[in-house]
Ligand binder design. Structure first.
Ligand code: GAR
Length: 205
C-alpha cells in the first residue's frame, strides 16, 4: 500500500476523511497513513489523528525561518518513508527545501478553482462574490501558490447557500470525497510498478 504523510495545521476534517478511507473506504488496501504531521503542536486535528490510532508528529514552525523549518520538517517526514505527502489544511507556503525531496509527490486540496482563486479564504471569496458554484481542486504542489497541475476537480452547487457556514458545509462534503478519489486515481496510475513488485513477492513466498 502507498504510504501517506498527511499534513495539517488545524481542524483536520480532511485528514479524518482520508484516514477513514484507508480503513474502510475507497483507499482500503491501496494506501495507509504513515504519519499525520503538524506545524502546530496543539492542532485539533493532531489529537483526532492520535485518537484514530495514527502515528503523529509535530514540529512548531512559529518563529522559525521558513527554509530552516522546511528542511527540518522534510527530514522528519522522510523517516516515515512516505510515497505521497498529502496537504490537508496545512497552512504554509512551501519552500524548495521542503518540495525538492518530495517533488511530484505532494498533493494539496484547495476549496476553489485554483485558476480563479489562490491562497486563503476561498469559501469567503465564493460567498462574498455570490457565486452560484465553486470548484474544489486537488492538485500537485509546485513552488508557486496553488499553481501546480490539477489532478481532480469537482463542482459544488452553491445556489441557495445563503450563509458562509452553508457554503462551507457543502464544500467540505465534496472535499472529503474528492481527496480520497484523487489519491485512488494517482496511486492506480503508478501501480504497474508497485503491483509487479507485489506480484513478485507473492510468487517468491
Ligand atoms: C479545507 O477547506 C481546505 O481545503 C482548506 O482549509 C480547510 C482545512 O480544513 N485549505 C486551504 O484553504 C488551502 N489554501 P480541515 O482542517 O478540516 O481539513
Amino acid at each position: 500500500a502507498a504510504r501517506l504523510a498527511i499534513l495539517l495545521s488545524g481542524r483536520g476534517s480532511n485528514m479524518m476523511a482520508l484516514v477513514e478511507a484507508t480503513k474502510t473506504g475507497v483507499l482500503k488496501g491501496l494506501a495507509e497513513v504513515a504519519v499525520v504531521f503538524s506545524n502546530k503542536p496543539d492542532a485539533f486535528g493532531l489529537e483526532t489523528a492520535a485518537a484514530l490510532g495514527c502515528p503523529v508528529a509535530a514540529l512548531p514552525s512559529q518563529g522559525r525561518k521558513r527554509e530552516v523549518f522546511d528542511a527540518e520538517a522534510a527530514q522528519l517526514l522522510q523517516q516515515y518513508q512516505p510515497d505521497f505527502v498529502v496537504l490537508a489544511g496545512y497552512m504554509r507556503i512551501l519552500s524548495p527545501a521542503f518540495i525538492q525531496p518530495f517533488a511530484g509527490r505532494i498533493l494539496n486540496i484547495h476549496p476553489a478553482d485554483t485558476h480563479q482563486h489562490q491562497g486563503l479564504h476561498a469559501y469567503e471569496w465564493a460567498f462574498d462574490n455570490k457565486l452560484t458554484e465553486t470548484k474544489i481542486t486537488v492538485h500537485l504542489v509546485d513552488e508557486g501558490l496553488d499553481t501546480g497541475p490539477i489532478l481532480a476537480q469537482q463542482t459544488v452547487d452553491l445556489r441557495g447557500a445563503d450563509t458562509l457556514a452553508e457554503v462551507e458545509r457543502r464544500g467540505l462534503a465534496v472535499e472529503h470525497e474528492l481527496y480520497a478519489w484523487a489519491l485512488v486515481e494517482l496511486i492506480k496510475s503508478k501501480q504497474p510498478v508497485m503491483s509487479s513488485a507485489a506480484e513478485t513477492s507473492r510468487v517468491l513466498k
